[in-house]
Write a protein that binds this ligand. Structure first.
Ligand SMILES: C[S@@+](CC[C@H](N)C(=O)[O-])C[C@H]1O[C@@H](n2cnc3c(N)ncnc32)[C@H](O)[C@@H]1O
Length: 475
């Protein structure tokens, strides 16, 4: 059994590389830096004769001193340089190696310039790469790698082209401040990016401003191509919701040729653009009160060549000066778009009515799934709705809460339209679409409501192509 002094307090640190032929000419104590951006990487290695390489490697592995990120290198004089984790290495370790038979002449430290990464390092996952490189940076500055730092590393991030967006749960420890700005270069490069930003908490309130701080790079503008549509926006000002993809695809599959649409919560154009480009809407009135989002929306309309079919209404949609103009209204705001319902009713065509797409976060609880769906009254209602739906295969309303919510919204919209126009409207649930799970037992849902005025003479519902007897001027 080996006997050696522990690398604890009082254990002397192994001296840096020294003596003739020691290493490659890098000055002792030179900074260890990332090999990207043209900088030189320098690591420390133990030199030994080739026949002692295996023994030395086993010893280093056993004491967790082997730097597994780099390859063993043969030096010009035929000796071998084994990369070591410098921080834990003490003079006692070297002494033990010598006692175990390594020749005094070669059992010494050296510097290796630009070492080759080991096979293992080449196959590292981004998370492993990040951990190893940040750890090396921390230790290279003479600081101790702690469990607190380890826990504070990001586990997930968003990639927006060359910009990496970290979540709010990472790099919160005060310690990181001392490693800036080099830290951000290391993080960005480990994750394969050139710019880096970090998300704060989404601020409460209508704008859902993401509070993102740019850590590395000159600006936060990024571009995405999604279902053939180009979106650009500044990540420090607006957010891109990857989770809405099912709804964006559903919107893209709709047929809205010849229709006028009002998008009450347009953002950077997540729905405005698919409505214009894929669903072929004739014209979109896009409402947005955040100037940054509106600026991105304007760019996106131009990027996609549809700026002439959209008007941006910058301001609070509750004060929108449009009446009886829309064949369709999109209300894409969660947790609730309820504050926009009066405006949605106001802009809906009073002669023919139209369709509302109402977003909402609906709470539900396990064990309350609808049973025997198709034979129940609810099931028949859904089947009727499905027959009228624009889609061939509508999602089933599989949760009782979804159905209750849809019915409550339909009733409320009916009342709003009755109050607005002084006559009844027929409100039909066309479709109930789960978009994503927002939180445990909370689903982001979209309800498609068909809203038609009832003809005053016959009591019949006025279809899209028909006109009611009291049609007012279209504004
Ligand atoms: C969550 S984003 C929705 C963007 C897109 N509809 C989606 O679901 O991905 C909501 C947008 O509505 C805007 N907004 C919220 N309340 C508004 C209001 N009263 N008037 C105009 N815009 C509003 C916000 O600024 C934000 O850009």
């Amino acid at each position: 059994m080996e006997r050696h002094a522990a690398a604890g307090p009082g254990a002397s640190k192994a001296p840096g590389p020294r003596g003739p032929g020691a290493g490659t000419g890098a000055p002792a104590g030179s900074d260890k830096t990332e090999a990207d951006g043209g900088k030189t990487e320098v690591i420390v290695a133990i030199v030994t004769e080739p026949q002692f390489t295996q023994h030395c490697r086993k010893f280093l592995e056993k004491h967790q001193l082997l730097d597994k990120c780099h390859r063993v290198k043969q030096l010009p004089n035929g000796t071998m340089a084994l990369p070591v984790l410098e921080e834990g290495l003490t003079e006692q370790h070297l002494q033990i190696l010598r006692q175990q038979g390594l020749p005094e002449s070669t059992c010494r430290l050296t510097h290796v310039l630009n070492p080759l990464p080991s096979k293992k390092a080449q196959n590292r996952s981004p998370t492993q790469k990040l951990r190893q490189e940040v750890r090396r940076l921390v230790e290279g500055q003479g600081r101790v790698w702690s469990a607190e730092l380890e826990k504070d590393l990001p586990r997930s991030w968003q990639r927006h082209g060359d910009l990496i967006l970290l979540n709010e749960e990472s790099f919160r420890a005060a310690h990181w401040k001392k490693l800036e700005p080099g830290l951000w270069k290391t993080v960005a490069s480990a994750l394969g990016g050139q710019r880096l930003a970090k998300r704060g908490r989404v601020s409460p309130g209508g704008t859902r401003a993401p509070k993102v701080t740019l850590l590395l790079g000159a600006h936060g503008w990024v571009e995405h191509v999604d279902n053939g549509i180009r979106y650009t926006f500044d990540v420090t000002q607006s957010m891109f919701s990857f989770g809405n993809i099912t709804e964006k695809l559903r919107v893209a599959s709709m047929t809205c040729a010849g229709e006028v649409l009002v998008d009450l919560y347009a953002g950077i154009g997540y729905f405005t653009l698919p409505f214009l480009i894929h669903a072929n809407a004739a014209f979109v009135h896009a409402c947005e009160w955040d100037p940054h989002a509106a600026a991105a929306l304007r760019k996106n309309l131009e990027l996609n060549g549809v700026a002439d079919r959209c008007h941006i209404h910058l301001g609070d949609n509750r004060k929108l000066k449009l009446w009886s103009i829309a064949d369709r209204v999109n209300l894409g705001l969660i947790p609730s778009s309820e504050e926009g319902w009066p405006t949605a009713c106001q802009v809906l065509r009073r002669d023919t009515g139209g369709i509302l797409h109402i977003h909402h976060n609906v709470e539900s609880f396990p064990g309350k799934e609808l049973q025997l769906f198709s034979s129940s009254e609810a099931g028949q209602k859904e089947q009727r709705a499905a027959r009228n739906s624009e889609r061939q295969t509508p999602a089933k309303i599989t949760k009782l809460e979804w159905l209750r919510w849809a019915e409550a919204v339909a009733a409320r919209i009916g009342v709003l339209l009755l109050q607005l126009h002084g006559k009844p409207w027929e409100i039909q649930i066309l479709h109930v679409q789960p978009v994503k799970s927002y939180a445990p037992h909370v689903d982001h849902m979209v309800l498609d409501l068909d809203c038609r005025p009832v003809s005053c003479s016959s009591g019949e519902v006025i279809g899209k192509a028909e006109r009611s007897c009291d049609q007012g001027p279209r504004v």
